[in-house]
Design a protein around this ligand. Structure first.
Ligand SMILES: [Zn+2]
Length: 319
């Protein structure tokens, strides 16, 4: 066997440790090829303590990393946005990371290369490299989870953009204030968003937003799962909520399509698996864009529920 030096070829064949960090858990795995991860264990995330977080990661690497070279890199998908200028985590719900340059500081403490990106960006990387948008030139990833998020991959490369917020289509004062459906005009609430603005789609476009919309129309608390199930059964109250939700979500998505010209929009997060919802969204978006897409445009992702780890396996191998 020939001696392998650090060429791009050998680097892509080597292992990468992958971690997906959320508000509650660290999910860990080992990847031997981009787009594939052998999932390890899930440990509690010490959200308030940086030293506690470092110890948790060191423990995972010690348990799973013995068979691998000591310089095996670590790639991280994390909640929050990673600034490409400073590497600092922005708008994260993990206090331990506030003001930290996550990758640089962790790399120094672990003595190995560490790369980090937002979990929506990692989901998009996973779909563009190994998922339902594999090999396509322009891939927009859309998260419809608790809230709304997104990422953009062009020619296989993650577009971080100025400030690291590329693809965050759910923010800005974009929600309309009224909506006419089948001859009736309804007021649409413009709610304050965690980003500091008012009227962001993030407040109405995810699962919690769908529930808020239902409460606004019907003065009734239902879960997003119940609302989608009611819509599928033809229940009138749920039908109104979903009709409004589809319009509110499809309009900014259609604008995103007109600007970017994506080959596919892949959807991740909890609502990606809601029965029939993404197909209905696809129909509405395609009806509202300039280019006529003959095939499906908005589709549920292959990695809707583990895109963070799989995307990290790609991220850790990007130049
Ligand atoms: Zn916002």
């Amino acid at each position: 066997m020939s001696v392998e030096t650090s060429t791009a070829g050998s680097a892509s064949a080597a292992a990468v440790f992958c971690a997906d960090i959320g508000g509650s858990f660290i999910k860990f795995g080992v990847s031997r090829h981009a787009g594939e991860v052998e999932e390890g264990e899930k440990v509690p995330m010490p959200t308030a303590s940086w030293p506690g977080f470092v110890v948790a990661v060191q423990g995972l690497i010690a348990r799973y990393g013995n068979a691998f070279p000591p310089d095996t890199p670590l790639a991280i998908a994390t909640a929050g946005l990673v600034s490409p200028q400073t590497g600092e985590l922005l708008s994260t719900n993990i206090p331990a990371f506030t003001g930290r340059a996550l990758a640089a500081e962790l790399s120094w403490q672990l003595g190995r290369r560490v790369t980090a990106a937002n979990d929506a960006d990692c989901f998009t990387l996973a779909e563009a490299h190994a998922g339902h948008a594999q090999g396509l030139p322009i891939v927009a990833g859309v998260i419809l989870g608790t809230g709304v998020g997104g990422g953009l991959v062009i020619n296989g490369q993650l577009v971080r953009g100025h400030g690291g917020v590329t693809g965050e289509w759910g923010h800005g004062a974009i929600v309309r204030t009224e909506l006419t459906l089948e001859g009736h005009t309804y007021a649409i609430p413009r709610r304050p968003c965690a980003c500091g603005q008012t009227g962001c789609l993030d407040t109405l476009g995810g699962a919690r937003g769908m529930e808020r919309l239902h409460r606004h129309f019907h003065r009734r608390d239902s879960t997003s799962r119940q609302i989608v199930a009611g819509w599928r059964r033809g229940q009138p109250e749920a039908a109104l909520t979903i009709a409004a939700w589809l319009r509110l979500v499809a309009e900014p998505l259609a604008l995103l399509v007109n600007i970017l010209g994506p080959s596919k929009i892949v959807v991740g997060g909890g609502l990606a698996s809601a029965d029939g919802l993404i197909a209905a969204l696809d129909k509405r978006v395609r009806a509202g864009v300039l280019h006529r897409y003959p095939d499906l445009l908005v589709i549920a992702g292959k990695f809707a529920h583990n895109g963070g780890l799989v995307g990290a396996s790609v991220l850790g191998r990007l130049a």
